[in-house]
Write a protein that binds this ligand. Structure first.
Ligand code: SF4
Length: 133
């Protein structure tokens, strides 16, 4: 679908997803943003797809992070990753990355580990760091 839009074929997008249909417009918007067909927010939130390595609810954490940073209008790449094994490498080009582990997270700035925080301190720490970027 993305390829068709990138080629200029079609001017409407309709996405179907399992679960709550409210997420469908968000998915469609992300596809358009990735193709440069819709203005991208300055703050980019990247979330790993999760896999068997994940030890926490990454989708839930990503929703909380998104809610906390939604009003930040600066060009920042922020990654929320589900593990410490591959997360740091996969998020190496992010300005800030959270690599979650059981009950805690490791915070990276431009690929370098700068802090370890308890799970309930992830968002306060991110907000502090975002304010100082
Ligand atoms: S960052 Fe970790 S949990 Fe997320 S997809 Fe990669 S390996 Fe899996």
């Amino acid at each position: 679908m993305g390829t068709l839009l990138a080629e200029g074929i079609g001017d409407t997008i309709r996405v179907s997803a399992a679960g709550d249909p409210v997420i469908e417009t968000g998915i469609a918007k992300q596809i358009l943003i990735s193709l440069g067909l819709y203005p991208a927010p300055k703050l980019q939130l990247i979330v790993c797809p999760t896999c068997a390595r994940t030890e926490i609810d990454i989708a839930g954490l990503a929703r909380k992070v998104k809610k906390a940073v939604i009003t930040i209008d600066r060009p920042v790449r922020l990654a929320v990753m589900g593990c410490i094994v591959n997360g740091p490498g996969e998020a190496a080009d992010a300005d800030l990355a959270v690599c979650a582990a059981k009950n805690k997270a490791f915070i990276y700035r431009k690929g370098k580990k700068i802090a370890t925080v308890a799970e309930n301190q992830i968002i306060p720490m991110l907000l502090r760091l975002l304010n100082n970027l």
